[in-house]
Structures are given as structure tokens and as C-alpha cells.
Design a protein around this ligand. Structure first.
Ligand code: BDR
Ligand code: CA
Length: 301
């Protein structure tokens, strides 16, 4: 698995899920600007891997700017540094290869074997399509967290953060005909946890403890925060266990009109190449989260 990411509290939890999954080999992370600037998402990726004892996993630096416009950044949600806890400064550095080249070599090395999970703005994937058109076709599966297809957005009334940050890239990826699985906001909102419940969770697993430090830290840093929604962790769950949700096959359009439809995702027809999540089996999601990270006290565990 390769994870394209902008950590981010929920990105970090999703990455820890993959690291704790016995059947998954994480071959690398590629960073992208999004929740915080690219320099910081890259640092967070390295620091998280170090805290998890997995500094052997390479981090390749990706885009610091979208194809058009600017990343919105979300420090109010994730914290000024992008995470809800202080991690030791990484002693490792990103590899010399950039994200596009790393994705190209990773996807074409083991043809049809590598799952790509994209948890941030889609700039790196769009650039890969442009520079190395055949690479994404070699993925075993492409899972993207993004969009608010049939429900309210979280940046504008209809736009979700990852797509809003780089709608041009999103349009390139989602209109490419590639079989992308889209885990959108209405799906993610079906898996959330309240403050009291989250603060009562326990784990003895090192990666489970780190997950809870992130989750509980997020609640402690914001006394008014009442619920945490598992956005990127649901995308990871789908990659690990595709039956965690029902799906529909659709065609999608991404709005590109500034100050109007910017970043909105709309169904234009179907059946199409995009697999869009519908009903999430929240019990199954929480059992997966609890099982991989050995967390006690989750809703269905
Ligand atoms: C998405 O935006 C980011 O803030 C989260 O990490 C997630 O990828 C949710 O809209
Ligand atoms: Ca993210």
C-alpha cells in the first residue's frame, strides 16, 4: 500500500491502522499540502513513522501547491502544526525521489498489487496521470477520501475540504475513467465518536496508544469539541475491508467555477467508473479499528 496524505489528525489515525494491519505492507507515504503546508505534512509523516517505530518506511515529498488556487489549510481543526499531539522531531528526512516518481515506481514495480489510498488533495495523483499516464492503471485499487456528493460540505455548503483544495486535480482524477472508490463526507459522517466515549477508550498496543493520544488529544485541545468523525480512517477501512460499506457506481463532475461551484461534487450519471460509498456498516468499521489497534471501549467492540 502507498498512502498519499496530508497529516492531519485523521490521516495519522488512518496511517496507524495500516501499520497495525498484519496483511498490509506500507511501502511508502507521499506527502501533499492540505491540512497544513507541505513542509509540515511531510514532517508530520516522518514524525509519525518515527513514533510508530517505522522510520524504515520512506516518505516522498509531493505538491506544495494545487494545480489552481491555494490549499485552504485547516489548523483550526487539526491544530497549528497539523496534529493534536507533540511528536519528537524526526531524525529521518524525505527520500530524494519526489512523490510522482515514487508513486510511478511503486505502482509499476509490483503490477496490480499495490493499493493506493489518497487522504488529501489530489494534486499528486493528477500530476502522476499527466506525467506518467499509465501508472495509476497499474494500481490494485485506488481509494480516495473526498467529496460531499449527496450531503453538506465542510468548507462551503456543498464542497468538501480535499476536493475544494484542488478541484482541478480532482476533476482530472475523477474524470479519467480510472476505477476510483470515493469515500465522501456523508459516508464518513456515519462513523463518529463522542467526547465522553473517546476519552474512556484504552489500549495496550503501542500503535493503539498513539491513536488514542491523537484522538483524545484532539478532544482535550478543544473543550467545545463534541464529536470526532473518522474521515480518513473510513477510507483506510474500505481499503482494508471493502464490505464495510455498500456502494453505487456513478459518474461525477467537479465544480470549477470560482466563488460558485468550486470543489462541489455532483453525480452526472451512471453506472460509471466511480464507486461511491453509500451505507456504512459502522459496527464493522469500529470492530476493524478496535481489532487492528487493540482498542477497548469502541461502540461495537
Ligand atoms: C478531509 O479533510 C481533511 O481535513 C481531513 O484530513 C480529511 O482528509 C475531510 O474533509
Ligand atoms: Ca487528510
Amino acid at each position: 500500500m502507498i498512502i498519499d496524505t496530508d497529516p492531519g489528525v485523521d490521516d495519522a489515525i488512518a496511517i496507524l491502522m495500516a501499520l497495525a494491519s498484519p496483511d498490509v505492507e506500507v511501502v511508502g507515504l507521499t506527502s501533499v499540502g492540505g491540512n497544513v503546508p507541505r513542509a509540515r505534512t511531510t514532517r508530520n509523516a516522518l514524525a509519525l513513522l518515527q513514533a510508530a517505530g517505522r522510520s524504515d518506511i520512506p516518505v516522498a515529498k509531493g505538491a506544495s501547491r494545487p494545480l489552481r488556487g491555494r490549499y485552504a489549510y485547516a489548523p483550526q481543526f487539526h491544530g497549528p502544526g497539523g496534529l493534536s499531539l507533540r511528536l519528537r522531531e524526526p531524525v529521518t528526512v524525505p527520500i530524494a525521489e519526489g512523490a510522482v516518481e515514487f508513486l510511478y515506481s511503486g505502482l509499476t514495480y509490483d503490477l496490480g498489487e499495490t493499493t493506493l489510498v489518497a487522504l488529501g488533495p489530489l494534486t499528486n495523483l493528477a500530476r502522476l496521470l499527466w506525467q506518467r499516464p499509465i501508472a495509476l492503471e497499474q494500481a490494485r485499487n485506488i481509494v480516495v477520501m473526498g467529496g460531499a456528493v449527496d450531503g453538506p460540505g465542510n468548507v462551503t455548503p456543498k464542497a468538501e475540504f480535499n476536493i475544494y483544495c484542488d478541484p482541478v486535480a480532482a476533476e482530472i482524477v475523477l474524470a479519467s475513467g480510472l476505477p476510483v472508490t470515493l469515500v465522501d463526507l456523508p459516508a464518513c459522517r456515519q462513523v463518529s465518536i463522542g467526547r465522553e466515549e473517546a476519552l474512556g477508550l484504552r489500549s495496550e498496543h503501542p500503535l493503539g496508544k498513539l491513536t488514542l493520544d491523537l484522538l483524545q488529544g484532539w478532544f482535550r485541545k478543544g473543550p467545545a469539541r463534541e464529536r470526532f468523525e473518522f474521515y480518513d480512517p473510513l477510507a483506510m477501512a474500505l481499503a482494508l475491508d471493502p464490505v464495510v460499506a455498500t456502494v453505487a457506481k456513478v459518474d461525477l463532475d467537479v465544480g470549477l467555477e470560482e466563488n460558485d461551484s468550486w470543489g462541489e461534487t455532483t453525480i452526472t450519471g451512471g453506472p460509471g467508473e466511480i464507486t461511491l460509498l453509500q451505507q456504512v456498516d459502522s459496527g464493522r468499521f469500529f470492530r476493524l479499528l478496535a481489532g487492528t489497534l487493540e482498542i477497548e471501549g469502541l461502540p461495537a467492540s
